[in-house]
Design a protein around this ligand. Structure first.
Ligand code: KIV
Length: 274
């Protein structure tokens, strides 16, 4: 890890200054080469714990470990130079106490070189967010549909569908902002509630399945590339890479079976091999 490649990256104050201004563009990234392709076009990259489901085929994010997050966080840092990189704190690595959260977040920051960490939870995490930010660790909040609480919620369910749920979610947003988070992800949230929270709090809101009025948007990269077998309903596919990969594999298989690959230009022929 090198701290030198932090020099030209987008900073936390720059993201905070985008409240009510030009929308913040964010995507997830788990992998050095794909991160390199998207780095010029995004403001923030999230190494999300969704990697457990997307990269490892897990049913939920609960099995993701701190070591997995650190390995993928370091890969994304090596592949990028511009975007602010946030790494998710996985389930079990921060809920116990502010001290445990600080110790594990320090590992993430030191071993990946990323700028910030993200944690799921509202009011109950306010003390932890305050503790970390006071000690130099920028924190992104995450409220609404929080996938690490899937067992408590009984599934991946949109939050705030009825107005009687709103007050508690608004309080979560207010407490995360007051505790010092530099931005907050609003996931799977009824549109008018996400719009209301965006008007109410002083930090940028980053929506996913929430509202176009959020201060920014994030999508899981593989979902928007058309690589996910069952993307959530709110996802727009901006490419169809799943079909492109299958087509390329079919073409390769045909070429190998017909002995049309490797062609002479793809072999070392009689050239001296180094
Ligand atoms: O893990 C993740 O990818 C996330 C985003 C969906 C916000 O938390």
């Amino acid at each position: 890890m090198s701290v030198h490649n932090q020099v030209n990256r987008i900073t936390v104050p720059q993201i905070m200054a985008r409240k009510n201004k030009q929308p913040i563009v964010s995507l997830t990234a788990y992998h050095a080469h794909t991160a390199r392709y998207i780095d010029p076009y995004v403001d923030m990259l999230l190494v999300g714990d969704s990697l457990g489901m997307v990269m490892y085929g897990m049913e939920t994010t609960l099995g993701v470990t701190l070591d997995m997050m650190i390995a993928h966080g370091a890969a994304v840092m090596r592949g990028t130079e511009r975007a602010l990189v946030v790494v998710d704190m996985p389930f079990g690595s921060y809920e116990e106490s502010p001290e445990v959260a600080f110790r594990n977040a320090c590992r993430v920051i030191k071993e990946t070189g990323c700028t910030a960490v993200k944690m799921e939870g509202g009011e109950r995490l306010a003390d932890t967010i305050h503790y970390l930010t006071q000690r130099g660790i920028p924190v992104q909040g995450h409220i609404g549909l929080t996938p690490q609480s899937v067992q408590v919620m009984g599934g991946f369910k949109t939050q705030g569908r009825t107005e009687d749920e709103w007050a508690a979610i608004e309080e979560d947003a207010a407490q995360v902002a007051e505790a010092g988070a530099f931005s907050v992800v609003l996931e799977g949230m009824a549109e008018p509630l996400a719009a209301k929270i965006t008007r109410q709090i002083a930090i940028p809101t980053i929506g996913i399945g929430a509202s176009p009025t959020c201060d920014g948007q994030i999508l899981v990269l593989e979902d928007m590339l058309g690589l996910s077998p069952k993307p959530p309903k709110f996802v727009k596919e901006f490419a169809t890479l799943g079909a492109a990969i299958a087509g390329a594999a079919e073409a390769y298989a045909g070429a190998v079976r017909e002995r049309a690959f490797p062609a002479p230009e793809h072999t070392y022929g009689m050239k001296k091999v180094d």
